[in-house]
Design a protein around this ligand. Structure first.
Ligand SMILES: [Zn+2]
Length: 569
C-alpha cells in the first residue's frame, strides 16, 4: 500500500534539534512539498518553516535529487520518477500548545511544525517512526500505534492533528463506554493525578451523554504543567493544555483548570466535527477566514462552564462566578461598541493574537462576547419556546447535520434557520444586533427572566480606569480605557504618574489616594511623558462598571423553570 513515511530522530535533545526524513514514491518528474504556515485552532500565520534547515533529497540509490525552495514554505523536487527521501532538520524550543519543544527531559511535537505535506498525496496514509533517547519511556498521542515506535493516521489532515508527547510523563487512564481515555501529565505540581482522572471522566461522561455517544476510537489528554503559562489546543481525539503547576490549592484557579479541560474536550464536537463551512478542508498555506468563531469559540466558552456545572464539578454559585468574569471582560470596555462578533472572527488572523494597549477600546473577543451572546441566544430560545427548547437543541441539530454529512460545514444562515425553526420566529434582528452589529447586550433583561440580576460593585467608586504596572518609584499606565477618568482627561498609555496634587504616588498608593476624592473633583496629576514632566488636570468621573451576579430573592415558578432549563437542559 502506498503511504507517506517519516522518521523523526532526536539524537541530542539539549540542542533542541530533531532530524526528519520524509519518504514517498513519485510518479512524476516534479513534486512539491511544503510545511504549514499555521496550525488549525490557532489562527495566526506562524511560519513554522522558519525553524527548518539543511533540506536535501536523495533517491533509493542514495543519489542526490534536485530540491529547490520556491517560496517561504514550499520546496520543489525535480528528478526521475521513483523514491524520494527528503531530509531536513527542525529546531524546537517553544513551549506552547501550538508549537514544539525538545529538551533534555521531553519532546512535545506538533505535526504542523514537522511534517512536510506532499502535494496531491494528502489522502494517503501517513506514518511516523520515532527515534528518541532510550531513557524516554512513554509516547502519548492521538495517532494510531502500529508498533512500539511507529504511529500512523489515515491522511495528512488527521496525521498532523495529533500532537505527540515523548518522555517520562505520568500516565493515567480510564474508560467510558469501553473506550480508552489516556491522560499524559508532564511536569510536577500540587495536583492529584487520581483526582484529575475522576474529574476528566465526569467531563467525558456528561458531554458524551449530551451528544449521544463517543465519536472516536480512543482519546488522549496531553497535559503540561509549567511554572507559568496557560492555554489549550483542540484536536479530533486529543488536546494539549498548559497550566501553572502550583495553582491547585487555589479553588478559583482549580475551577479555571477544569474549565480549560471542559473547553478543549468540548471542541471535539464543536469545531473539530461541527465546523463552519470555511474551516475545512484547510488551506495550510494561508489564512482561512470565517465569521463564525463566535460559534466555534464563543459557544464552546459558554458550554465549557455549563458542562462543569452539569458534571457536578462546580455548584450553581460557582457557575455564576465564572460567567461574571466573562460579563466584566465585555461590559467594562468600550470595544464592544466598535467591533462586531463577525468582524472579530474574520479579523482574528491579524488582531486576536496581536493585542496592544488600545485593543480593549476598539475590539472585542469572540471568546468572551461570543460566550455571552451564546448565553443570550440560549435564553432567547428558552423564552420564545416557553421553556421547551434551548440552545442545546440547536447544537444537537448541528451535530445531526454533521453525522449526516461530515464533509460539509455549517453556514451562518443554517444556524439562524435552526434557531428560527425551533422557535417559529425570525432571528434576523438578533443576528443584526449582536452578531453583525455592536448593540449592547441586554444581559440584565435576560437575567431577570431567570431570577438573576447584575449588581455594579463599582457604583460610587472612583478609579482612573487604567491598567498599570509599578515599581518602587513609579506607576506606569499600560492601558487607558475609553469612558474612564484617565482617558477622558487625556492621560495616555505610556505615561508615568509621579504625583497627584503634589503627593508622590508610589506602588499600592494610587487607589488609596484616589479614594480620598469624590466625583467631580479635579486633581492635578504630574506625569512623565516620554522624558518630559507635565501636569495634567484630571476630573474624576464614575468608575466603569464591575458586576456581580446575584440571585433575586423571591422568584416565580416561571423564573425557576427558566433557570432550570438553562442549567440542566
Ligand atoms: Zn477554544
Amino acid at each position: 500500500m502506498e503511504k507517506i513515511s517519516y522518521k523523526l530522530s532526536i539524537e541530542k535533545p539539549s540542542t533542541h534539534y530533531c532530524n526528519v526524513e520524509l519518504r514517498f514514491r513519485s510518479e512524476h518528474t516534479t513534486d512539491k512539498i511544503s510545511l504549514p504556515v499555521w496550525t488549525p485552532g490557532s489562527y495566526l500565520i506562524r511560519e513554522f518553516a522558519r525553524f527548518v534547515s539543511n533540506v536535501s533529497c536523495r533517491d533509493e540509490n542514495n543519489d542526490l535529487v534536485s530540491i529547490q525552495k520556491v517560496n517561504k514554505n514550499t520546496w520543489q523536487i525535480n528528478g526521475q520518477p521513483g523514491e524520494r527521501i527528503v531530509s531536513y532538520r527542525v529546531y524546537c524550543n517553544e513551549t506552547t500548545v501550538r508549537s514544539s519543544v525538545i529538551n533534555n527531559k521531553r519532546a512535545f511535537l506538533n505535526g504542523s511544525n514537522f511534517f512536510m505535506r506532499v502535494e496531491n498525496k494528502e489522502h494517503l496514509e501517513h506514518e511516523v517512526e520515532f527515534k528518541v533517547p532510550d531513557a524516554w519511556r512513554n509516547i502519548s498521542t492521538g495517532l494510531y500505534q502500529r508498533s512500539q515506535f511507529i504511529f500512523y493516521h489515515k491522511n495528512y489532515d488527521d496525521f498532523i492533528d495529533c500532537p505527540v508527547e515523548i518522555g517520562n510523563q505520568i500516565i493515567e487512564s480510564f474508560e467510558v463506554n469501553g473506550i480508552k481515555h489516556t491522560i499524559s501529565i508532564h511536569g510536577k505540581g500540587n495536583y492529584d493525578p487520581k483526582r484529575l482522572q475522576g474529574e476528566f471522566k465526569s467531563i467525558v461522561e456528561t458531554q458524551s451523554n449530551f451528544f449521544g455517544g463517543i465519536p472516536y476510537d480512543f482519546y488522549t489528554f496531553l497535559i503540561d504543567f509549567q511554572e507559568s503559562g496557560y492555554g489549550g489546543l483542540e484536536h479530533k481525539n486529543s488536546f494539549a493544555a498548559i497550566f501553572p503547576s502550583w495553582d491547585f490549592n487555589d479553588p478559583e484557579a482549580y475551577r479555571k483548570f477544569l474549565g480549560l479541560i471542559s473547553h478543549e474536550y468540548f471542541h471535539l464536537w464543536n469545531v473539530k466535527r461541527i465546523r463552519p463551512v470555511e474551516l475545512g478542508p484547510f488551506d495550510y498555506d494561508k489564512e482561512n477566514y470565517t465569521e463564525s468563531h463566535w460559534i466555534t469559540e464563543g459557544w464552546t466558552s459558554f458550554y465549557d462552564n455549563l458542562f462543569l456545572y452539569r458534571s457536578g464539578l462546580i455548584n450553581e454559585s460557582e457557575y455564576y462566578s465564572l460567567i461574571k468574569r466573562e460579563v466584566n471582560e465585555v461590559l467594562h470596555y468600550s470595544g464592544r461598541f466598535e467591533m462586531s462578533l463577525a468582524e472579530s472572527s474574520f479579523d482574528n488572523w491579524i488582531k486576536f493574537y496581536r493585542k496592544h494597549e488600545n485593543t480593549r477600546n476598539e475590539q472585542i473577543s469572540y471568546y468572551t462576547k461570543g460566550a455571552l451572546v451564546a448565553m443570550l441566544l440560549n435564553l432567547e430560545i428558552i423564552k420564545l419556546t416557553d421553556c421547551k427548547h434551548s440552545l442545546d437543541d440547536v447544537l444537537l441539530c448541528l451535530w445531526k447535520d454533521y453525522k449526516e454529512n461530515p464533509e460539509t460545514g455549517y453556514t451562518q444562515s443554517r444556524v439562524r434557520d435552526l434557531c428560527e425553526s425551533i422557535c417559529g420566529k425570525s432571528f434576523e434582528t438578533f443576528w443584526q444586533d449582536f452578531i453583525y452589529g455592536t448593540k449592547d447586550i441586554p444581559i440584565d433583561q435576560y437575567f431577570e427572566l431567570s431570577g438573576l440580576k447584575l449588581v455594579d460593585t463599582n457604583s460610587g467608586k472612583i478609579s482612573l480606569d487604567v491598567a498599570y504596572s509599578s515599581n518602587h518609584e513609579g506607576v506606569y499606565l499600560n492601558e487607558v480605557y475609553k469612558g474612564g477618568t484617565a482617558y477622558d482627561s487625556g492621560l495616555q498609555s505610556g505615561d508615568e504618574i509621579i504625583a497627584i496634587n503634589n503627593i508622590r504616588v508610589s506602588r499600592n498608593q494610587l487607589d488609596k489616594i484616589l479614594g480620598s476624592f469624590k466625583y467631580g473633583d479635579e486633581i492635578e496629576v504630574m506625569i512623565n511623558r516620554g522624558g518630559y514632566i507635565e501636569t495634567q488636570s484630571v476630573k474624576l468621573i464614575p468608575a466603569l462598571p464591575n458586576y456581580n451576579i446575584e440571585l433575586i430573592e423571591e422568584i416565580s415558578e416561571q423564573q425557576k423553570a427558566f433557570r432550570d432549563k438553562w442549567l440542566n437542559g
